[in-house]
Ligand binder design. Sequence first.
Ligand SMILES: Cc1cc2nc3c(=O)[nH]c(=O)nc-3n(C[C@H](O)[C@H](O)[C@H](O)COP(=O)(O)OP(=O)(O)OC[C@H]3O[C@@H](n4cnc5c(N)ncnc54)[C@H](O)[C@@H]3O)c2cc1C
Length: 489
Amino acid sequence: MLDIQKNQEWDFLVIGGGASGLGVALDAVSRGYKVLLVEKVDFGKGTSSRSTKLIHGGVRYLQQGNVSLVREALKERAYMLSAANHISKLQPFIIPFYSRLTGFYYFSGLKAYDLLAGSKRIGKTIWLNKKQVIKRIGNINSKGLKGGILYYDGQFDDTRLCIDLIKTIVKHGGTCINYCGVTDLVKDEEGNCTGAILKDEISNKEYKITARSVINATGVFTNDIIHMDDKKQRDLVKPSRGSHIVLEQEFLGGNTAIMIPKTSDGRVLFLIPWNGKVLVGTTDIATDEPAYEPKIEKEEIDFILNNTDEYLKQSPGRIDIKSTFSGLRPLAAPKDKNAKTKEISRGHQVIWTESGLCSLIGGKWTTFRKMGEDVIEDVIQKKKWVKTESQSETIQIDDEALRIDYSKPIKISLIKKIIKEEMVMTLEDLVARRTRLLFLDTEMTKSVLEEWCELLMEHLGKDQGWKNDQVQSVRNLITSGYEPIIRSK
Ligand SMILES: Cc1cc2nc3c(=O)[nH]c(=O)nc-3n(C[C@H](O)[C@H](O)[C@H](O)COP(=O)(O)OP(=O)(O)OC[C@H]3O[C@@H](n4cnc5c(N)ncnc54)[C@H](O)[C@@H]3O)c2cc1C
């Protein structure tokens, strides 16, 4: 930590180690700027570990007529699938239909999706008959089924991408620190934001940092930083909770995902194969407060189970849920407070306050790079810096990937490597974000806690008391959120 003060002045201080902050830092280092990224908890601890893991243009936004948003995301989809090809893949989806008219509707919509992708198209939309659908999705409800529309999007592991991006940014000269939060902003006599006070969350020490530009990329915590800047500022972000449940692979019966195009609340719902399990989600519930551990509500579990029920031969029940997780969408707050979350813009926005603090809000994982590029371009223009060209599209994301096979017990040698190389500070970092065990299977998670924590304790030079606290803290996390069955008793 002391080293970061040796730098007289950073070009960029990026606050937040999620998709938005990483996109900004990546683009900035690609142009040769001196970049410091600080994350209050762990990289990806916020929304960026809780996504549906899709690299997508957003079929739903096309339905809403938001063509430019979809076109931009389709371009970035191609970028992500290529630059992060070690942790992303092509994912086939089927929209099953039980009336031919519905089939024609979705077929034409998805053909338009293909067309919009142009040369960046990653697969061809195809009309499948009933037999072909059953062949791909073993557990599909075949009663009354007429066929399905096959289309393609991408899939990735969000927190593994976070870690690989950190490695890439560091390789290109950037500095990234987890467990280091901004507690206040620093201003000069004219009220311009010139830096921040950082707090090392482990040692509690504070540091003052000077930067030519400060970027607020704190997702649903954006308003906190905005209020450090100006207490009277209106809120820029409105959170909306999206929850998932995780089931065994047999509830899909194949490697093709299902897209349910219209749920009872008029949204889409996905059942996607993920690391040997099936990820099902998501919901959309407006919430007032940001939170690090948003929790799935009983009604959301019922909503997900009820909406999947009619599409599956063998329907899952509560008892079949291996894990659950929720995330908060950092949506741009509408000026009209009554707007529904479904209607609030999913595009990103770059917002400046009088002090010169720049906030990046909204957007999605798929467009993280473009969001970063837009911010840096805006800074150069607003601050009249010498023009530089973005090179972020050509940077290959670090691919010294740790491939984890969740169908077998995870090797201890792999855990040791992760602990040594990936800035792991807590047991939760290890089970939730370096590996994805907590999100995949809470029972499996419980079985590794003692052994993994022992390794971490040795590496960090901690004592038995620390270890007991760490294990207890993850157990509490499991019972208070990820394991819905116990909580609902
Ligand atoms: C349920 C759900 C499903 C989604 N699915 C998809 C999908 O399939 N595909 C897709 O492309 N997008 C998806 N998204 C959108 C995408 O996940 C988000 O847009 C993205 O992760 C937001 O990233 P962020 O960096 O803005 O926020 P976050 O990931 O929340 O990062 C902000 C970070 O700032 C840190 N921070 C806060 N305060 C401070 C401080 N004072 N100092 C330092 N750091 C601080 C936090 O700890 C946090 O880690 C989904 C979102 C949700 C909620």
